[in-house]
Design a protein around this ligand. Structure first.
Ligand SMILES: [Zn+2]
Length: 93
């Protein structure tokens, strides 16, 4: 069975760059077209409950490799390595 890589062309939802990607490999985000953000994200960066209608109108949007690298750096900076659990559970007295 040949290893076919079907690629599609899409627009990165962050930088709007058109790029070609493999739908099986690309990172996608569920984006609410009304806010341009994932459902549940407020435009001010606040979290709010994602209404079913927001989820229903949202669609997966591809993220280009450049923005994905940036997002990973951002995530890493926001999430330092998990703490070690050497002192957990507390031993108490
Ligand atoms: Zn991009």
């Amino acid at each position: 069975m040949p290893d076919e890589h079907e690629t599609v062309t899409g627009r990165c939802f962050v930088c709007k760059r058109v790029f070609t990607y493999d739908p099986d490999e690309v990172t996608t985000f569920l984006i609410d077209p009304e806010t341009g953000l994932p459902p549940g994200f407020g435009v001010l960066g606040t979290m709010r409950p994602a209404g079913p209608e927001a989820v229903a109108r949202s669609a997966d949007q591809p993220l280009c490799p450049g923005c994905q690298a940036g997002a990973e750096r951002y995530r890493d900076s926001m999430n330092p390595p998990p703490p070690s659990w050497e002192i957990w559970p507390p031993t108490g007295n």
